[in-house]
Design a protein around this ligand. Structure first.
Ligand code: ZN
Length: 198
């Protein structure tokens, strides 16, 4: 049902905000009912920790607003293009994972830490200005190959069959990045080393 989906989008956005993966005005989330062409997306310019279902907009993949008012997310074009080429995808999360982005800027490839991780393959999208057609086009190409995309100097886009999958993937990227960062720091020459546990 649309109403449940809208509640879930707001919940996911709030959780991403509380985890520090999006800022007050950053990031966006969308979702559609299985087999639907249209999707619900978060608005632009509204605090991401305090969204309500009535603030969401329903768009078709030509970006026409079918329901809701206000301004849809600036990354709506990227979301629409993903839904067009990935009929199996019903939810998309765009977050600004600080550590994932930092590692990607340093040229580190983010990898799953354990077998069976939800991360799977990861594609890196070259930098293009947020909200641009150029970015949406690159995202579409990379989304044909992976559910986890890292946008250089910007953030991540994660795809799922439902919102839980897309949210878990964005969180897992940041968790794996944190572990890789700690590992890299510990490997630095002369780094502080804890004494062996007794
Ligand atoms: Zn962004």
């Amino acid at each position: 049902m649309d109403s449940e989906l809208k509640e879930e989008i707001c919940r996911v956005m709030k959780e991403l905000y509380e985890r520090g993966l999006v800022s007050a005005l950053g990031g966006n989330v969308s979702a559609r009912l299985p087999s639907a062409k249209e999707f619900w997306i978060t608005p632009s310019g509204v605090h991401k920790g305090r969204l309500t279902p009535s603030s969401l907009l329903k768009l078709d993949t030509d970006l026409r607003v079918l329901e809701g008012s206000g301004k849809p997310s600036i990354e709506s074009m990227a979301h629409a293009r993903i839904y067009r080429v990935r009929p199996d995808v019903n939810a998309i999360v765009h977050a600004h994972n600080p550590i994932t982005v930092g590692l990607a800027m340093a040229g580190v490839s983010i990898k799953p830490l354990v077998e069976g991780s939800v991360i799977g393959s990861v594609e890196v999208v070259p930098f293009a200005p947020p909200g641009s057609r150029e970015l949406a086009e690159s995202v579409e190409e990379k989304a044909k190959k992976a559910n986890a995309l890292i946008l250089q100097r910007h953030g991540v886009i994660t795809l799922g069959a439902n919102l839980t999958e897309a949210e878990a993937l964005a969180e897992s990227l940041e968790d794996a990045s944190k572990s890789m960062l700690v590992y890299a720091l510990m490997k630095l020459k002369g780094a502080w080393r804890p004494s062996a546990p007794s």
